[in-house]
Design a protein around this ligand. Sequence first.
Ligand code: DAH
Length: 376
Amino acid sequence: MSLEDDITRLRAELTAAIAAAADQAALEAARIAALGKKGSVSAMLASLGAMAAEARKSAGPAINGLKTEITRLIDERAKLINEAALSARLAAERVDVTLPVRPAPTATGRIHPVSQAWDEITAIFSDMGFKIAEGPDIETDWYNFTALNFPEGHPAREMHDTFFLNPGPDGTRKVLRTHTSPVQIRVMKQSNDKPAAPYLTAAMEPPIRVVMPGRTYRHDSDQTHTPMFHQVEGLVIDKESHIGQLRWVLEEFLKAFFEVPGVTLRFRPSYFPFTEPSMEVDVQCDRSGSEVKIGEGSDWLEILGCGMVHPNVLRNCGLDPEVYQGFAWGMGIDRLAMLKYGMPDLRAFFDADKRWLDHYGFRAFDMPTLFGGLSS
Ligand code: DAH
């Protein structure tokens, strides 16, 4: 048999083997069988060395031609196999983009109006330069009453319908805080007690500008009262803080919160042990229609208590009333939410009725910011 015949036969054999390779592994086996160290084409090339010079002249190009051709066939086959694998994968992983997507929990869940109002309130005061602080729900009698200038046995303590805990080993009874005012004490005391109390989220020394949202508790339940409710307390302590600033802060806050261009406030003299003078604040509103409209009309609605911090309270916190003075206020978050969003019954806030929450709740990603809109 001539070399030419050998080449023809081998070409046919290898071409068939390459065409039959169904995947990369089979193709690699065919490549090794032809072009590997012990491959058939390699063996043929090796035989060139033993040939007479004249024979090698024609055999060399013929065998090398075979090698080039087989290499090309393998490359082409590899490309085909890769393309087929990709097509198979694309077909297997095909996504039907026309199928409706099941809504994520973040799209169906709702933010409770109290949380929404809480976030709105803290966003507004943060924007004005206030820090946010929180204190414990379970308070000592001292923080909840005594430090706030409620004398022992004073009837004002009964005003609060306090929930008392069982007496501790020392005989004293802790309370569920009846207001957020004790957090004022914790913030002011913190400027004098070191190290800082761990449950306070903001460390500060005078000048102090802080708002303190939180849960509060009183033995009370009707359409506008629940045993647990929410308040937000405000406190400003500086050397020259005065009622004019208090009035400005409250007006700016209420305008921003109710998203109206203006509010009219009425300050009425009142009594709180921890402020002197003390005032209650009413906001002008219209109650003629089905919903309350803030900033217009001829009605008044009480919304908060405030005053200049009593010198005794400053003294109880280690601050010198000859140097420092300040103002404070406290308001109900639930009540503000009711007014803004028109919920008629406070008790429904805490019924955990999903239908109520679907109706009155807010979408999780609509975070209240002043630049993005509070409630939009
Ligand atoms: N703590 C008072 C309450 O729960 C509200 C209050 C009134 C807070 C006057 C204050 C204030 O800081 O200055 O009824």
